[in-house]
Design a protein around this ligand. Structure first.
Ligand SMILES: *Cc1c(COP(=O)(O)O)cnc(C)c1O
Length: 361
C-alpha cells in the first residue's frame, strides 16, 4: 500500500499504531476469545477499560476532581440539545457567540429549548474574517450559560482567548480541537466534543462538566441526554458506545506515549505554520482568516483560480493526498491536520502545492 495521507475533517484519520493495535486484538481481546465489542459493558474487563480511559483523559488534560467526565451518545450535535436541556429552564436566556457554521448550528438547535442571544458574530473586515472586539459584545444580564465553539471546523476559525463572562458558566464545543493543546479546565463549566476528529470514531461524545452543574436538568430532559443521570451511572445509564470508548482509550494511551498534550501542541503548531507559510508564500493560494484566528487544526484555502479546483483535487489524490475538498458551504480546499496527522503528511501536501503551482501558475 502506498502512503496515503487522509486530510478528512471528520470522521478523521486515527493514529496508525492505534489502528494496528485494534486490528491485532480485534477478535481476541485480552485473551478472552472474543472481541471487546462482544462483551458486556458491565463486565469486569470492560469496566477496567472504561476506568483506564477516563483516568488517562484526566491525566492528559489535568481535569480536576470536581469535574466529571462523561462518555455519551449522539456526537457533537447531540450536545447542541443536551446543553440547553441540562443547563437552562425554557424561560431563560443563553448567550451564544457565533464564529462560524458549527456555532450557528448550535444556536438553531438551542432555539427549540431556550431563547438564545447571539452576543456577536464573526465578520469580514478588509477581506479578512475576524471577530468584533469583546467590548462590543451584547451579553445578556442573566444568561444561564455562555456557549462558544473554540475551533470552527468548517471555517477554520480558532479562538485562542477565552471570553470573559464573569460567573456565567462557559460551555465550549471543542469537537475539533480537544487534546490538541493544553487547557485550563477550571475556566469552563462544560466542555464537550464529538469524538470523530481528535478522539476516536463518530457517535461518541465526551463531556467534561463541573460537578455543581450536574443537577440542573429540566424535568423533561431525555434520559440519554441527562448529564446528572450519566454521571450517577458511570456513563452506563444505557449501553454506551463500547467499541468507540475502547478506541478512544487507545488514542489516549497513544497520546500519552507521544508525550501528552504539550508535546502534541508543539507538533501541531509546527504543522500549521508549515502549511500557512506555504499558502502565504504565493498569490496562487489564499486563506483569508485574520492571523490571530487561524485554526491549527482545520486549514481552509482557496485557489485564486477556482477553475483549477478539480485538477488540484484529482492530482492530489493521485499523490496520496486524500479528502482535501473544502466544505460545500465554503468551497475550495480544506486540510484537516488533527493530532494523528504526521508532519510528513503536511510536508507532502506543501510539496504537492508548490509543484501544482509550478505546473499551473
Ligand atoms: C463535527 C462537529 C460537530 C458535529 O458532530 P456530529 O458528531 O456530526 O454531531 C459539532 N461541532 C463541531 C465543532 C464539529 O467539528
Amino acid at each position: 500500500m502506498n502512503t496515503v495521507y487522509n486530510f478528512c475533517a471528520g470522521p478523521a484519520m486515527l493514529p496508525q499504531p492505534v489502528m494496528r493495535k485494534a486490528q491485532e486484538e480485534f477478535i481476541n481481546w485480552q485473551g478472552l476469545g472474543c472481541s471487546v465489542m462482544e462483551i458486556s459493558h458491565r463486565s469486569k474487563p470492560f469496566i477496567a477499560l472504561a476506568d483506564a480511559a477516563e483516568r488517562n483523559l484526566r491525566e492528559l488534560l489535568s481535569i480536576p476532581q470536581h469535574y466529571s467526565v462523561l462518555f455519551m451518545h449522539g456526537g457533537g450535535r447531540g450536545q447542541f440539545s443536551a446543553v440547553p436541556l441540562n443547563l437552562a429552564e425554557a424561560t431563560e436566556h443563553a448567550d451564544y457567540l457565533v464564529t462560524g457554521a458549527w456555532s450557528k448550528s448550535a444556536v438553531q438547535e438551542a432555539e427549540r429549548f431556550v431563547t438564545p442571544n447571539i452576543v456577536a458574530e464573526s465578520c469580514v473586515i478588509n477581506g479578512e474574517t475576524t471577530l468584533p472586539d469583546q467590548a462590543s459584545w451584547q451579553c445578556s444580564d442573566n444568561a444561564a450559560y455562555f456557549h462558544f465553539c473554540t475551533n470552527e471546523t468548517v471555517d477554520g476559525v480558532e479562538l485562542n482567548v477565552l471570553p470573559d463572562v464573569g460567573d456565567v458558566p462557559l460551555v465550549a464545543d471543542m469537537s475539533s480541537t480537544i487534546l490538541s493543546r493544553p487547557l485550563d479546565i477550571e475556566k469552563y463549566g462544560v466542555i464537550y466534543a464529538g469524538a470523530q476528529k481528535n478522539i476516536g470514531p463518530s457517535g461518541l461524545s465526551v463531556v467534561i462538566i463541573r460537578n455543581d452543574l450536574l443537577d440542573r436538568a429540566r424535568h423533561n430532559t431525555p434520559s440519554v441526554l441527562n448529564y446528572g443521570l450519566a454521571a450517577q451511572n458511570g456513563s452506563m445509564y444505557n449501553t454506551p458506545p463500547t467499541y468507540a470508548w475502547y478506541l478512544a482509550g487507545l488514542v489516549f494511551e497513544w497520546l500519552k506515549e507521544e508525550g501528552g498534550v504539550s508535546a502534541i501542541y508543539s507538533r501541531n503548531k509546527a504543522k500549521a505554520a508549515m502549511l500557512y507559510e506555504g499558502i502565504d508564500a504565493t498569490d496562487f493560494y489564499i486563506n483569508s482568516i485574520a492571523s490571530p484566528y487561524r485554526s491549527i487544526m482545520n486549514v481552509p484555502f482557496q485557489l485564486a483560480d477556482p477553475t483549477l479546483d478539480d485538477a488540484f483535487l484529482t492530482q492530489a489524490e493521485e499523490n496520496g493526498l486524500m479528502a482535501l475538498k473544502g466544505h460545500r458551504s465554503v468551497g475550495g480546499m480544506r486540510a484537516s491536520i488533527y493530532n494523528a496527522m504526521p508532519i510528513e503528511g503536511v510536508k507532502a501536501l506543501v510539496d504537492f502545492m508548490k509543484e501544482f503551482e509550478r505546473k499551473n501558475g
